[in-house]
Write a protein that binds this ligand. Structure first.
Ligand SMILES: *Cc1c(COP(=O)(O)O)cnc(C)c1O
Length: 392
């Protein structure tokens, strides 16, 4: 209702420019607003709803857990916590996990590991972290300090000190920034908000080597690109390398707010009792979501499905590049794709949404596609038809 919009506008802090749409419910890969209008969702709540809306097994698991217990605090154990931890560690090839409530919080945990690694392993009083230009790591002040986008930062200075920015896919620029104080390098294996820029295999392999040589932690932020979106559970798994710290969130709970950071041997024992904590993190409801999501990924063979359908999605997006003058190029991997336009993408995205297709902005002139991982060919065709018409 228009009322809901007015009330929300009167009472919320205006941190978002929302579309004038009130969503009522979702089914599969479609959303329905309060007038009954249907939208094909190629954004999935910013890469969150990987399994689509109204997944019955997922919904049932959450409902059952609500009736059992929702929260216990981290003074105690629960079965969902144990199950979710075991499964997430296994599918990510990491050693241990800490559950939190969002992506930014996962980044904060990774920062603390990096700082403590510098302090106790490298005897540094003050350490430096290298991040990348055009990166996005979240809105809390630590994560913001790592985010390579001055417009997000400038109103909030001074941010956390000791951060340097290097260039993606330019190992020389990383080497230039390394000093004896460097404790960690953090990057998204596919940059999301910044404009869909995938890291090259050679770059990641060289970074791994460099970090080993210089005793630096390698942190992969797979909050957006992870959880099957690339066609593998995590992007790095395609390159035969492991990070020392991994952050994950967005699709991890498929709508229940949950994030996590995971560690490998080198970072396994850095955080000790008393070093870090959160009241909600790993609560039984969130962990049932994680547990069920990971079950369903396996059962529905999500990564195989993404791999199988990626060539089709890419070929249809390539058609737009070939046929439409405003579209410069396609970038991305799996179901994380971007179309770079010659013009700001905002107007095109507004039009797409008016025409019943939800897509996202990345950077200023990139249309970003993060569809649910269960889309079929005909959904891709439907997306194509709408965009083809709009881009006339
Ligand atoms: C979304 C995102 C974050 C922040 O996650 P929140 O849950 O919004 O705090 C961090 N890093 C990347 C790569 C993201 O896409």
């Amino acid at each position: 209702m228009k009322d809901d919009r007015n009330i929300a506008e009167n009472y919320l802090i205006h941190t978002y420019n929302r579309y004038p749409i009130v969503f009522d419910y979702g089914k599969g890969v479609y959303l329905y607003d309060d007038t009954g209008k249907r939208y094909l969702d190629f954004a999935s709540g910013i890469g969150v709803f990987a399994l689509g809306y109204g997944q019955q097994e997922y919904n049932q698991a959450l409902k059952a857990q609500i009736d059992k217990i929702i929260h216990t605090s981290n003074y105690f154990y629960s079965a969902p916590l144990a199950n979710a931890a075991k499964k997430l560690v296994k599918i990510s090839n990491m050693k241990r996990v800490f559950f939190c409530n969002s992506g930014a919080e996962a980044i904060e945990g990774a920062i603390k590991i990096a700082r403590k690694y510098g302090h106790v392993k490298k005897q540094l009083k003050e350490s430096e972290i290298i991040s990348l230009e055009h990166s996005f790591h979240g809105r809390s002040t630590g994560a913001l300090a790592l985010t390579g986008n001055i417009t997000y930062q400038e109103d909030f200075f001074p941010l956390m000190q000791g951060v340097k920015f290097a260039k993606l896919n330019d190992i020389g620029s990383v080497k230039e920034k390394i000093t004896d104080k460097t404790c960690a390098i953090i990057l998204e294996p596919i940059q999301g908000e910044g404009g869909i820029y995938p890291a090259k295999r050679e770059f990641l392999v060289e970074l791994r080597k460099l970090c080993d040589e210089r005793d630096i932690l390698l942190i992969f932020d797979e909050i957006q690109c992870g959880m099957g979106r690339s066609g593998s559970m995590y992007v790095f798994q395609e390159y035969g390398i492991l990070p020392d710290v991994l952050t994950t969130a967005k699709a991890l709970g498929c709508g229940i707010p949950v994030g996590a950071f995971l560690v490998n041997e080198r970072a396994e024992d850095i955080l000790e009792a008393g070093d870090h904590g959160t009241t909600y993190g790993g609560n039984p409801l969130a962990c049932v979501a994680v547990d069920k999501v990971l079950d369903l990924f396996e059962k529905l063979q999500i990564t195989e499905h993404v791999k199988k359908l990626t060539p089709y999605l890419e070929s249809r997006l390539n058609e737009l590049v070939q046929n439409k003058e405003t579209v410069i190029e396609r970038r991305g991997k799996g179901f994380m794709q971007g179309l770079e336009l010659q013009i700001p993408a905002k107007g095109v995205i507004n039009k797409a949404i008016e025409n019943g297709l939800i897509v996202l902005l990345a950077g200023t002139n990139v249309i970003r596609f993060l569809p649910p991982l269960i889309i079929e060919k005909h959904h891709i065709d439907e997306m194509f038809e709408i965009l083809f018409e709009i881009l006339e």
